[in-house]
Write a protein that binds this ligand. Structure first.
Ligand code: MLT
Length: 250
């Protein structure tokens, strides 16, 4: 049986490194592609201002790597891109892992906040406006018991190019509701959420699992919004189970 490749799409304001520990646990027989969204820093100004553009670039990169079908896992912003990929390149998506994410668009006030942050980041040429997010994306347990993880995530945020942070905020603000895209998907899905996720939350994950036709829901104990960093073993197990369902054609 061929091991279907896995594509891992990261959250905001981070990059591919947030998936490092999960990728290491996916097994040696499975190809794992971990692109930066929307692109490598040097190519940022070549990308249009939407998650659709990011999804198209992911599709190009995946096909460019010789992969025609993959299990796509997206955490938060990565999940928004995964759903854009599903809508725009459905042939590529053999299975879907939606991790600490949602299918809905922003309310007007959330959209306005994102645009303000994008403007602030650009004006200051720094990531100051999002530096505090290491506190909000990690769960209470990680914040109190794992200062090393807090420091690692804070360092990743510090290292983000301001242009990528601004791009991401504008692109997320412009995204559309993709609930119906998910509802129509007939392939295997798993929904994963940290039980201390203060950004997306367990209730939203339950709704997502329902929309996905009663997909399995994995609630990760003592993890916040960055389950893939806070408990990579549990997230990797959920992804491997999903990938095996895809491999087996179930
Ligand atoms: C993320 O983790 O990617 C963000 O929380 C997404 C968002 O701001 O909606």
């Amino acid at each position: 049986m061929t091991a279907t490749p896995v594509v891992l799409l990261h959250g905001f304001p981070l990059d591919h490194r947030m998936w490092t520990d999960v990728a290491a646990e996916l097994g040696d027989d499975r190809r794992v592609l971990v692109p930066d969204l929307p692109a490598a820093a040097a190519e940022l100004d070549e990308v249009g201002p939407t998650l659709d553009d990011a999804a198209d670039r992911v599709a190009d990169a995946v096909r460019g790597a010789g992969v025609e079908r993959a299990v796509v896992a997206g955490l938060s912003m990565g999940g928004y891109v995964a759903l854009a990929l599903l809508e725009r390149h459905p042939d590529l998506v053999a299975g879907l892992a939606l991790v600490d994410t949602k299918s809905t668009a922003d309310a007007p006030d959330a959209r306005a906040k994102r645009l303000a942050v994008a403007a602030q980041v650009e004006a200051s040429g720094s990531v100051d406006a999002v530096r505090g997010m290491a506190g909000t994306v990690l769960g209470e347990t990680t914040r109190t018991a794992h200062p090393d993880v807090v420091a690692r995530v804070a360092a990743w945020i510090d290292e983000q190019p301001p242009a990528r942070v601004a791009w991401s905020q504008r692109a997320m603000a412009a995204r559309t509701d993709r609930t119906e895209v998910l509802r129509r998907f007939t392939g295997p899905v798993v929904v994963v959420v940290g039980d201390e996720d203060e950004v997306t939350g367990v209730e939203a994950a339950r709704d997502l699992a329902k929309v996905a036709g009663g997909a399995p829901l994995v609630v990760v104990p003592r993890a916040g919004h960055l389950t893939a960093v806070e408990d990579p073993g549990t997230v990797a197990t959920a992804l491997v189970e999903l990938a095996r369902r895809v491999d087996g054609g179930r």
